[in-house]
Design a protein around this ligand. Structure first.
Ligand code: GLY
Length: 376
């Protein structure tokens, strides 16, 4: 283990032949792969190579293994985050990203993605992109081959096709069945579903089970051996959304932000609040002031809760933030719920599934705390 490593290991077993150990760990505020906490304002030319993703399932772990091999071989953070994201985007089992993502209210899969390259302070994104399996790669082309940052809808599709991307049906059978169930059960005031006189009879319990809306998304953030940082956020967005709805994922400073001298942050969850609060920009700025990634993620959740309290609303949006810095530290935190948020981390010591913190556990009342008054 590198010097300075302070993690608590909860679980350990080998993962993928030749790929190192899979470690299960719970995060502490200064969780790191080495290097110690940063002094405020300190800028370093090199960083500690690492890559993380918000996905902790088998696909996420495999993506981290593949991407870490690239980084360990001297590859760039930019190439590593794209490769890892593509692996997750093409997973048909993932109903929140790329192929297999849940569709909008009309049954059409519309994808959002963004990418940032810290080395060149560049960004690209696409929104409401249909029929293209790898929106993150299209976003990279927007970043590298145009003078724009964002392309949307038919323009984004036309751009992708001009670069050779093939149109394909992204709606898997499983996602289509989920959507049909949602269409029949989300309202008892429309004409979808069984005839009125048979409602609740032949469809039984299924009739009453409205599928939950989901905001699942993937973040992939990396530092390479040169100390350059790159990141991607990719999603099929809010399930059953109004056609054309754009979430936080393709918005730079909302679903994704990074600063090559500091670190990177990504968001998953209710995009509307991440946009309103410029949450990942806030997290990176907090890290620039000396907060650890874990502290900065928690600060952002407090900041959002505070914004609602300030206007007299008792509302806590479901968000999860993940962040890394150039010193090999990383963290994640979510607003509410009972299950701890997770992330997969790959570095010199192997691949680890980590658990973060919950700012407002379901059994606790929100505390009146302004993160801007808690600078350490
Ligand atoms: N965070 C993904 C979305 O709200 O679209």
């Amino acid at each position: 283990m590198p010097n300075g490593m302070t993690r608590r290991l909860f679980f350990q077993h080998s993962f993928l032949a030749g790929a190192g150990a899979l470690l299960w760990q719970r995060l502490n505020p200064f969780h790191d792969l080495g290097g110690g906490p940063r002094a405020p304002g300190l800028s370093r030319s090199a960083g500690i190579p690492m890559i993380i993703t918000s996905k902790s399932n088998e696909t996420g772990q495999r993506a981290m293994e593949v991407a870490w091999e690239m980084l360990a071989g001297g590859g760039s953070a930019l190439d590593a985050v794209e490769k890892a994201t593509n692996i997750i985007e093409e997973d048909p089992e993932d109903s929140s990203v790329g192929y297999g993502g849940l569709p909008n209210e009309r049954g059409v899969v519309q994808l959002d993605a963004s990418i940032m390259d810290g080395k060149t302070f560049s960004a690209g994104s696409v929104a409401s992109l249909e029929n293209i399996k790898y929106p993150s790669s299209v976003a990279r082309l927007v970043m590298e081959r145009t003078d724009h940052v964002m392309l949307v809808g038919p323009g984004a599709l036309e751009f992708a096709k001009s670069w050779g991307f093939q149109e394909e049906n992204l709606l898997t059978e499983a996602a289509r069945e989920e959507w049909l169930l949602w269409r029949e059960s989300h309202s008892d005031e429309d004409d979808w579903g069984a005839p009125d006189h048979l409602k609740g009879r032949e469809q039984g319990a299924q009739q009453n089970e409205e599928p939950a809306e989901t905001h699942g998304t993937v973040n992939v953030l990396a530092v390479d051996a040169n100390g350059d940082i790159a990141g991607i956020t990719s999603t099929s967005g809010l399930s059953y959304k109004i056609p054309g709805r754009v979430g936080d994922s393709p918005i730079i400073g909302a679903g994704l932000y990074l600063d090559n001298d500091v670190g990177a942050a990504g968001a998953t969850g209710r995009g509307e609040d991440v946009i309103k609060s410029c949450a990942t920009y806030y997290i990176v700025m907090r890290m620039k002031e000396g907060r650890s990634p874990q502290q900065a993620c928690e600060d952002a959740l407090q900041m959002i809760a505070q914004r609602y309290r300030a206007v007299g609303l008792d509302f806590l949006p479901g968000e999860t933030f993940r962040a890394i810095n150039k010193d090999g530290q990383y963290g994640c935190a979510k607003t509410k719920g009972t299950d701890l948020p997770q992330m997969t981390v790959a570095g010199e010591s192997g691949v680890s599934v980590c658990e973060g913190t919950i700012a407002f556990p379901d059994d606790e009342e929100p505390q009146a705390q302004d993160p801007d008054s808690s600078r350490r």
